[in-house]
Design a protein around this ligand. Structure first.
Ligand code: F6P
Length: 362
């Protein structure tokens, strides 16, 4: 198949490095292969009439490498597979993939590069099964996609969280307080365990290992006995007590995931009563998604973007580019959807934390 024109979109929550992928795809497609590149605005929404697209040129990607966010815009609510549409006062769920596919045909697109996390890859896989030639690029600060060792955006989020832990140390020590830092990650504890170890936290709570408050209190008391009258607790937003539920700011429904959050505040209030220390909570929130990507994320995003274009050129569709060890490879898309990659509870990272005396709350 001769490729003349490709399209690209970014879907789901933004992550540092999206612009680096957009730049790498655009530059490689134009300079190496002489193709045209079309950017689709606001994720899959841009494919549904009224269509929203823009040509991507060497000029349009100039200077975007260090910029956070995505110049194409994104959307992490709603899916063309089941869009909520109101007609005649009734709400119906409509499959809008036929419209999306028709738009790609009208635009004369030979292949679609989709940059996203689990929700976006799920939609990409559905389009692939309906005949659209797709190549996917794994993005998320949560690092929870299967079949790749790392997603881009994660390294920058870990840096932000580690810097926050560093800053919390001095104020915790000055006031002899327990400081709880709640970080993102959904159902995976990757950000919490990476930043917790890198920042020298005393307690790390991850969704994969439900915790006991009394074990956290024990750790704080042990530090007291050693003359260390402050503690740093890093809690992943999906962490929860043994036998308890995850904490939600808003519950999900059949169409959208809930918004996790609240474990940090709950824990700080509980520890203030049970540990004999004042306790405070910091929720790092969307700071973890912003800012300039680290050099590691810029490089990984650039390698992913260039590899996605090479996959299109070779006609290897319906794959996701991935990092295994330090090698970029391709994995069939259907193997990358419907699963979350979580922290192995007995894995090397957890063992490392335990060996350092960090409490996992059990
Ligand atoms: O998946 C990325 C992520 O930042 C999660 O860590 C977090 O739970 C969620 O997105 C927040 O989503 P929103 O931007 O809709 O608040």
């Amino acid at each position: 198949m001769t490729v003349r024109r490709i399209a690209m979109l970014t879907g789901g929550g933004d992550a540092p490095g999206l612009n680096a992928v957009i730049r790498a795809v655009t530059k490689t497609a134009i300079q190496e292969y002489g193709w045209e590149v079309i950017g689709i605005r606001n994720g899959f929404d841009g494919l549904i009439p009224p269509v929203s697209v823009e040509p991507l040129t060497l000029d349009s990607v100039q200077g975007i490498l260090p910029r956070g966010g995505t110049i194409l815009g994104t959307a992490n609510r709603g899916s063309p597979l089941a869009r909520r549409v109101t007609s005649g006062g009734r709400v119906e769920l409509v499959d809008q993939t036929p419209e999306a596919i028709a738009t790609l045909k009208d635009l004369g697109v030979d292949a679609l590069i989709v940059i996203g996390g689990d929700g976006t890859l799920n939609i990409a896989n559905a389009l692939a099964q309906r005949g659209v030639p797709v190549v996917a690029v794994p993005k998320t600060i949560d690092n929870d996609l299967p079949e790749t060792d790392q997603t881009f955006g994660f390294d920058t989020a870990v840096l932000t969280a580690t810097e926050a832990i560093d800053k919390l140390h001095s104020t915790a020590e000055s006031h002899h307080r327990v400081m709880v830092l709640e970080v993102m990650g959904r159902e995976a504890g990757w950000i919490a365990i990476h930043a917790g170890i890198a920042g020298g936290a005393d307690v790390i709570l991850i969704p994969e290992i439900p915790f006991s408050v009394s074990k956290v209190v024990e750790k704080i008391a042990e530090r007291d006995r050693l003359g260390r009258h402050f503690s740093i607790v890093v809690a992943a937003e999906g962490a929860h007590p043994i036998g308890g539920r995850r904490f939600y700011l808003r519950e999900g429904d059949e169409l959208s995931l809930g918004r996790l959050g609240g474990v940090g505040e709950w824990l700080a209030n509980t520890l203030a009563i049970t540990s004999g220390h004042e306790a405070r909570c910091t929720v790092l929130g969307h700071l973890q998604r912003g800012g300039t990507p680290t050099p590691f994320d810029r490089l990984l995003a650039t390698r992913y973007g260039a590899a996605a274009v090479r996959a299109v050129a070779a006609g290897r569709f319906n794959h996701m580019v991935a990092l295994k060890g330090n090698v970029i490879c391709e994995v069939p898309l259907e193997r990358c959807v419907g699963r979350v990659r979580t922290v192995p509870p007995d894995g090397e990272l957890v063992q490392t934390a335990r060996g350092l005396g960090i409490s996992l709350g059990v």
